[in-house]
Design a protein around this ligand. Sequence first.
Ligand code: NAI
Length: 350
Amino acid sequence: MSLLPDLPGDGDFEQVQVLVDRASGMQAVLAVHDTRMGPAFGGIRRRAYGSVADATRDVLALASAMTWKCAMAGLPAGGGKLVLVDHPGLDREAAYRRIGEFVESLGGRFSTGPDVGTTDADLRAVCSRTRHCADPDSGGPGDLGRATALGVFHALQATARHAGLVLEGATVLVQGLGTVGGPLARMCRDAGARLLLADVDGQRAKCLAAELGAGLVDPDRVLETRCDVLAPCALGGLLDEAAARSLSARAVCGAANNLLASDRVGRILHERGIPVAPDFVANAGALIVGCLHQLHGTRVGDDRIVAIGQVVAGLLEESARTGVPPGEVALARARSRVAAVPHRLYLGGS
Ligand code: NAI
C-alpha cells in the first residue's frame, strides 16, 4: 500500500510536510529529499495547484532534482523544495511570513529562495521571519539572474566548442529574455555572436533587439528557425521528439529546467550529433551563489560559476566516449556522488 501511488521524484524522502495556516489561507507542501551532503536548498514555487495532491507530486519531483543539482555543482548541500498553493483567497504577504516562521523552525535543515511565482517582495516577507532565506536586498547573495546567465554562458561556449563552433560569428537564438535570457543575450553579443531573440512579450524582445542589434524571431517559430546554437530560457519541455528530429541548431544550451520532454528526446539529439548541455548543470549559477552565501556569508567570485563550463565540457566528452546522452551521464554522476556518502539526516545548525 502506498499513500502516494504514483510517487514521483527519486528514491526516498526524508520529510514531506503539509503546512496549513487558515488565517492567511496558506496551504503549502515542503519536501526535503536528501541531506546527507548538507542542509537542503530549494526555492518556493507558487502556483494555482488543483489540489494538495498535485502540489505534493510537484514538490517531490522538484526536491529530488535539487539533490542532483547540488551534487553536480559540488555543493555541501542537498535537495528540498516548498510549494505554495495559490488561490484567490490567499493573503500573500501573511502566507509568505508564515512560511518564513516555519522555515526558521527547521533550524537550518532547509534553506529557501526564489522560484517561479515568488517575487522579491515575497522573499522579503519570508526573510522578515527567518535567516534561512536568500535576501533579495543588499544583505543577500546579489544578482541571482546574472549568476545563472553567467553559468549558462560558459556552458553554452563549451557546448558550441564541442559541436566545432566558435561563438564569434556563430548565430545564437535566445528564447525567453527575462531575468536569465536578457543578460545571457548581452554576454553572447559581447563574445561576438550574431543574435536572434524571441519572447512572447513582443515589446521586451523589440527593445532588447534594438539595444543589441539583434534579429527578432516569432516566438511560435523558434524551433524551425535556422541557428547554430539554441538557448532556451523560457519554459521547460520545449524539445519533444518531433522537434529533436527536425532541429537545425548544431548545439543546445539554455537555462530552462527540464528542457527535454523525455529521455528519448535526449537520445534522438545525441544520435543526430547535437550536443545538449544538461540543464540542471548549466543553470546552477544562482544555486551556487545563494547556497554558499547562506552557508558562509560571503559572496562567491565569478570563477566558481565560470567553472560550470569545464564541467559541461567534461560531461560532453564522456557522452561522446560512451555513447550515453549528456543528460543521462550527468544524472548518473550526481547519483553516484550522493550514493558514495553514508546516509544520515542533517539536523540543522541553529
Ligand atoms: P523570467 O520569468 O524572468 O523570464 C522568462 C521569459 O520567457 C519572459 O520574458 C517570458 O515572457 C518569456 N517566455 C515565456 N514563454 C515563452 C515562450 N513560449 N516563448 C518565448 N518566450 C517566452 O524567468 P527566468 O528567471 O529568466 O528563468 C528562465 C528559465 O530558467 C525558467 O525555466 C527558469 O525555471 C529557469 N531557471 C532560472 C533561474 C534563475 O536564476 N532565474 C535558475 C535556474 C533555472
